[in-house]
Design a protein around this ligand. Structure first.
Ligand code: N2P
Length: 431
């Protein structure tokens, strides 16, 4: 018997099947989106709070859709994941999420103590098919989509419109986020600029414009932009901008803040604009997928990520801004170097003039020009296909056909050469 059990146990250990999941927390987050030193600190804090050990397995993704397809298939048992708003909506609609248990015993509940009222109301607006997103997810970072630009080559005026990505003056100097939904949303705002001005449509409605005609119009627009694009990026755009290899980057505000700070140290003047046609505000939030195996540690992770000192460190490390409306957080990011910004919508009604970085914390007047994205349901597929056509991913099919044909030709040639050799060998043997 022993002879069977021992190798079996060894095999189980080897393939990881013997892993005690109550001691493991699998986290799936965006890349460059945390101060990595807080991860071991969570492990120690969890043990302190619960008396239980946990080891964090931390993995990252670059694009929402990549993360979602892994979760949807159910092949991955991540315990806590950080999707964006429209994906949270989609996960709620397809019953992929567990409600968050806020019972932390004697541990303080940092989540509800600190959440900004603005973030709570934006999560309320997510349409989870009867489920409120605030019960299933907790905001992490949020921000805007805008234009990062190099003031040496680009004027403020040129950067004040999404049309900058079709401005031939910046050919081969433009980087665009490889995020189909974010790009689509800004371009539909650009294309419907006149209708918005005439009051025929409001910007919130535009986020659900998914007709074939609208998708085709954005496709045409983006194919013109593509002629000038130096790269589609998920994370490397900020470096390209700092090194002045790119002059224009359609990007997220956190990448903007990071790049502006880095560039300033090298004497490069990068700026960030929120175009006049309107723009989207996005929110990323922690959720617990229904395939999670360690729900308890996942809830504690979310709580820990909402603790003000951890929030401040993550913001400082990433350039992104937290959903936390805690006074400590407001203090930490108040700096007389900046002009006063109206943040009454975010912190408290009294905060009408806070000296803060407006890229991190946009003024209320800017927020009034923004909208938020929603799940497109079945129409998402049309967008993804259009995006591959724009980027030219479909050219890969021809590449594969070409490689296949070349391999086939080489194999046929090898067979012919071999057959000839064999014939010669046979005729030599016969002689
Ligand atoms: C950071 C990713 C930020 C995600 N690399 C913005 N939704």
């Amino acid at each position: 018997m022993k002879r069977i059990i021992l190798p079996l146990a060894a095999a189980l250990l080897l393939c990881g099947c013997a892993e005690d999941r109550s001691q493991v927390l699998k986290v799936y987050n965006w890349s460059d989106y945390i101060d990595e030193e807080v991860i071991p600190e969570f492990e120690a804090w969890y043990e302190e709070q619960t008396g239980e050990k946990v080891k964090v397995i931390y993995q990252t993704f670059d694009i929402n859709e990549t993360m979602l397809s892994k979760i949807e298939k159910g092949h991955e048992d991540y315990d806590v994941v950080c999707p964006s708003d429209y994906i949270i909506e989609r996960m709620l609609r397809s019953d992929l999420l567990l409600p968050l248990d806020r019972n932390f015993g004697s541990t303080p509940n940092y989540i509800d103590e600190n959440l900004s009222p603005y973030i709570r109301s934006c999560f309320d607006k997510m349409d989870g098919n009867g489920k409120n997103a605030n019960d299933y997810s907790v905001g992490y970072m949020w921000g805007t989509t805008g234009i990062l630009y190099n003031a040496k080559y680009v004027t403020d005026e040129e950067a004040s419109t999404w049309d900058i990505i079709r401005n031939p003056k910046f050919a081969d100097k433009i980087f665009i986020k490889d995020s189909a939904r974010d790009v689509y949303s800004q371009i539909i705002l650009k294309l419907k600029e006149k209708d918005i001005a005439e009051g025929k449509v409001d910007i919130d409605q535009l986020m659900n414009y998914t007709s074939d005609e609208d998708i085709a119009a954005v496709e045409q627009y983006m194919k013109q932009a593509k002629e000038l694009v130096a790269g589609w990026e998920a994370d490397f755009g900020k470096d390209q901008m700092v090194q002045e290899l790119g002059w224009v980057n359609l990007t997220w505000s956190g990448d903007g803040v990071w790049a502006i700070d880095e560039a300033a140290e090298q004497g490069v003047d990068l700026r960030y604009s929120l175009p006049k046609e309107g723009f989207t505000v996005w929110f990323d939030g922690w959720v617990i997928p229904k395939f999670a195996q360690n729900v308890k540690a996942a809830s504690y992770w979310i709580n820990f990520m909402s603790r003000p000192d951890i929030v401040i460190r993550n913001v400082e490390a990433t350039g992104y801004v937290s959903v936390s409306g805690a006074p400590e957080v407001r203090e930490a990011f108040t700096d007389e170097e900046f002009e006063p910004v109206d943040l009454s919508y975010f912190f408290s009604p009294a905060d009408t003039a806070v000296c803060a970085n407006p890229v991190l914390y946009p003024d209320k007047a800017d927020i009034n020009r923004s909208t938020q994205e929603h799940d497109w349901g079945e129409n998402t597929e049309k967008l993804i296909t259009m995006w591959s056509r724009v980027k030219g991913d479909n050219a890969n099919v021809f590449t594969y056909v070409f490689i296949f044909a070349a391999l086939a030709a080489v194999s046929i040639a090898a067979i012919v050469v071999n057959a000839r050799k064999n014939r010669r060998r046979r005729s030599r043997r016969r002689r």
